[in-house]
Design a protein around this ligand. Structure first.
Ligand SMILES: *Cc1c(COP(=O)(O)O)cnc(C)c1O
Length: 376
């Protein structure tokens, strides 16, 4: 059986978890959390990074920091995970869905401006498959209209746009370290706070509304409840697991890139003969091989491919029923303009097994069986 995903494990995770236990500090913001925050800040030249309990809660924090008022609107793609939308709903916003570009499945930057109203407060750029949205255009539109930008970089840890780390371009960036992502802590995430004036507010929000972070830095004598807050600190046990992986992040990244390139080169032939469509990585974008997908010619073809592969012991998956057509999407949002690509393209997309350490033998079997299905 070839799984679709196996959570990453690189060797030092257990040792670091044991260390956390030996430190007698297993709650949040201990040694390993600090090491992870610093690693992410240094590597991505980020102003401030804080680990959170998930990618979803990183998005929740970002939305809450945007100070959304009832009736305010958030622009986002409909082709994304529910977390992107639910964080906006939690903050009290109405959702305005914008179509995606068929080449990257990212929000179509040319369709954002027409979705803006005088209630628009935030644009969410979801970097699908770790490939960057057209950030220069998006930031330009946002600045011109006085709108905040949140990057949903859940899939984009270690990806760049014109040399700049994804997650550090918008006002806030959100990473996920769920077990299905490139670097993992089981459940966890991080928020990049790219504007210094929001750091203190973010720390308070993350620490149950208290100024405890200031207290630990010796900036106040006593800590107290100062504002609205929640608890977004992951346990040190999770952070220890993650830190082991961040230390070998380049190794994980190059292993995944090798797999991605092997698939891409093997399937180029199918694309050249018009049988499938391969993903595009626009110029200036360096991706992180978060996923390998391609598009079949139709929904029926995708369904038969998935069952053919399953019969051969290979798990393929598809995802994202467009949010605007889901029950909660209908309740909380509307689609701006025409759904030219979101629904039709999402129905053709299929994802292949992709994880750290997948063997050459397994990759070759996946390739062989896909080729067989297409009569090659
Ligand atoms: C995984 C993911 C999330 C949510 O991250 P969790 O850590 O699972 O909460 C949000 N947005 C996108 C695009 C994702 O892929």
């Amino acid at each position: 059986m070839i799984n679709f995903n196996i959570p990453p494990y690189t060797g030092k995770e257990i040792e670091y978890i044991q260390q956390a236990v030996a430190n007698r500090k297993i709650c949040g913001d201990g040694e390993f959390t600090k090491k992870c925050n610093k690693w992410l800040e240094d590597r991505f030249c980020a102003t401030k990074v804080l680990l959170t309990t998930s990618g979803t809660t990183a998005l929740d924090m970002a939305m809450l920091l945007c100070d959304i008022k009832p009736g305010d609107e958030v622009i986002l793609p409909s082709y994304t995970f529910s977390s992107t939308a639910t964080s906006a709903v939690l903050a009290g916003a109405k959702l305005v869905f914008v179509d995606v570009r068929p080449d990257t499945m990212n929000i179509d930057e040319s369709k954002i401006e027409q979705a803006i109203t005088d209630r628009t407060r935030v644009i969410v750029a979801v970097h699908y498959a770790g490939v960057a949205c057209e950030m220069d255009t998006i930031m330009g539109i946002a600045r011109q209209h006085g709108i905040m930008v949140i990057e949903d970089a859940a899939q984009a840890v270690m990806s760049t746009y014109k040399g700049v780390a994804l997650g550090t371009i918008g006002d806030f960036g959100c990473y996920s370290f769920h077990e299905t992502k490139n670097y993992s802590m089981g459940e966890g995430g991080a928020i990049c706070i790219n504007r210094p004036e929001y750091i203190e507010k973010a720390e308070i929000l993350r620490e149950k509304g208290t100024n405890r972070s200031k207290f630990f830095r010796g900036q106040v004598d006593k800590y107290t409840w100062v504002d609205f807050g929640d608890s977004y600190l992951p346990s040190e046990l999770n952070a220890a697991y993650l830190y082991a992986q961040l230390e070998v992040a380049d190794k994980i990244n190059s292993d995944r890139m090798r797999t991605w390139n092997t698939y891409w080169n093997a399937f180029k032939k199918l694309e050249d003969s018009g049988k499938i469509k391969l993903p595009t990585v626009p110029e200036g974008c360096v991706h992180n091989a978060h996923m390998f997908y391609f598009k079949c010619n139709s929904l029926q073809e995708r369904t038969s491919l998935i069952s053919y592969m399953k019969e051969n012991g290979i798990m393929l998956v598809f995802h994202y029923v467009p949010l605007h057509s889901a029950p909660a999407g209908i309740k909380f949002g509307r689609f701006s303009g025409d759904d030219e690509y979101t629904t039709s393209e999402s129905e053709k997309l299929v994802r292949l097994p992709m994880y750290y350490g997948i063997t050459d033998e397994d990759k070759q079997k996946v390739i062989r069986k896909v080729m067989e299905f297409y009569g090659e």
